[in-house]
Ligand binder design. Structure first.
Ligand code: ACO
Length: 429
């Protein structure tokens, strides 16, 4: 017999179906609740609510497990490339040699942006945050590809996906070039995705540039580790915007905006700013941790804590090791890394962090790798967006291809005034 959960509301007994996921997680299906009892569920910040079923990414926060389409993140980090992982997330399987070659070829052929788009960059101030530019540019892509506006038209879906992945790297690099007043460097088709991105970021017309393979490898790893994270804030945003059958470019632009926040992807920038601040003020790790523990200070240890991981974040573990390896290989000594390690050690042995199960998350060490690659702090969240793009696309596509998808529309519990009446201006106190 199928498992159910019994709920009594206003004298009505309901047997609600229990849905079991492929990894054994259970969810009580409350879809019939309001129709049968008039009541809704209340779960601020979705602490207990699954908003959808999804076959893309599995995450176990207690055991520190993260798998894309069943494959552990550790294996992908070791053996895959970002583009192969993107294909896996979006199409559900690792590409065979022909699929891989076709996908990579298409990505190189669609990496240029329309020349008219280049002029958009001139409208932004030099000081514009690159995340503001990126979200505006991504939604602007929909004006150049009008047939992508019909989100349900599956004949254009693959080419729209290719265009978006290919052009996001170009848009990201151009926004950096604009901020430093350098000429835009056009994409190079003989380079793979990450090497091409480094070229567009760091090459100048005056001299030859070859990206360091060690740096390209580290970039691939970072992007793989960021590529999906099931129903996080930005992915849920992409899904809710997309549920209105909004086109891919606009849905992803909304995700970029959600990612920007300091509690989400914006944390990687905040971590390096925090480390810099600690250095400038001459604080020890212990003094800073004491500030964090004093709730009145309003100071947080950025890059620590996670809604889902309550043991360790497997991505942080891989990134910390990659960070050590990269700095040694590149011969860089970064005082920020030493400070980050001191803070981690101080926090992990402190009852405040132990009791609250707060561990380093993906953002704690990623910024130090970006610094080593020469990427400026303001660009860190853009790097996160580049990495997260395949995940957002996979979720948008999964939702579009599911005939049962309905527009996302949460309920609320109203707590405002009950019936009230209009008072003419001259009668108001
Ligand atoms: N520093 C200090 N205290 C913290 C931190 C932190 N980084 N994170 C959580 N806490 C404390 C909270 O103050 C709270 O304490 P209390 O029980 O005394 O009130 C307790 O730990 C639980 O934290 P919540 O904020 O309720 O946990 P939630 O799941 O809502 O938030 C979040 C998770 C937003 C990631 C939080 O840990 C945080 O703000 N971290 C810093 C920002 C950050 O690194 N964000 C990146 C997350 S990963 C990502 O999105 C890519």
């Amino acid at each position: 017999m199928a498992e159910t959960a019994r709920l009594s509301v206003n004298g009505v007994d309901l047997d609600l179906p229990i849905i079991t996921g492929s990894e054994g997680e259970k969810a009580i299906d409350v879809a019939s609740l309001r129709a049968k009892t008039g009541a809704v569920t209340l779960d601020p910040a979705f602490m207990n609510t699954a908003s959808t079923s999804s076959a893309i990414t599995f995450l176990d926060g207690e055991k520190g497990i993260l798998r894309y389409r069943g494959i552990p993140i550790e294996e992908l980090g070791e053996h895959s490339t970002f583009i192969e992982t993107a294909y896996l997330l979006i199409y559900g399987h690792l590409p065979n040699p022909t699929e891989k070659q076709k996908f990579e070829f298409a990505l190189t052929r669609h990496s240029m942006i329309h020349e008219d788009m280049k002029r958009f960059f001139d409208g932004f101030p030099m000081t514009a945050h690159p995340m503001a530019i990126l979200s505006a540019m991504v939604t602007s892509l929909s004006s150049f590809y009008p047939y992508a506006l019909d989100a349900k038209a599956d004949e254009y879906r693959d080419i729209t996906i290719i265009r978006l992945i290919a052009k996001l790297a170009t848009l990201a690099a151009f926004s950096y070039k604009k901020s430093i007043g350098h000429p835009f460097m056009y994409p190079r088709n003989n380079l793979d995705y990450c090497a091409n991105f480094m070229h567009m970021m760091f090459a100048v017309p005056a001299e030859d540039y070859v990206a360091d393979p060690v740096a390209v490898k580290a970039l691939n790893l970072l992007l793989i580790l960021h590529a999906d994270h099931e129903q996080n804030c930005s992915t849920s945003t992409v899904r809710i915007v997309g549920s209105a059958q909004t086109n891919l470019f606009a849905s992803i632009s909304a995700g970029i905006c959600a990612l920007w926040g300091p509690l989400h992807g914006g944390a990687n920038q905040e971590v390096v700013e925090m480390l810099t601040d600690i250095k400038v003020k001459g604080l020890t790790a212990k003094q800073f941790i004491d500030q964090v523990k004093d709730k009145k200070s309003g100071v947080k240890l950025m890059g620590f804590g996670h809604r889902v991981y309550k043991n360790f974040d497997p991505r942080a573990k891989i990134i910390k090791k990659a960070c050590d390896d990269l700095l040694i290989k590149l011969g860089i000594k970064d005082p920020m890394l030493d400070m980050a390690k001191e803070l981690e050690e101080a926090a992990l042995s402190d009852p405040y962090f132990i009791e609250r199960k707060l561990y380093p998350n993906v953002d704690f060490y990623s910024g130090i790798i970006y610094r080593a690659l020469g990427i400026p702090t303001q660009m860190f969240t853009v790097m996160f967006a580049l990495g997260r793009l395949p995940g957002w696309i996979a979720h948008w596509k999964e939702m579009m291809e599911d005939a049962s998808t309905k527009i996302g529309r949460p309920r609320q519990v109203y707590t405002g005034p009950t019936l009230n009446h209009y008072v003419p201006l001259d009668k108001r106190a």
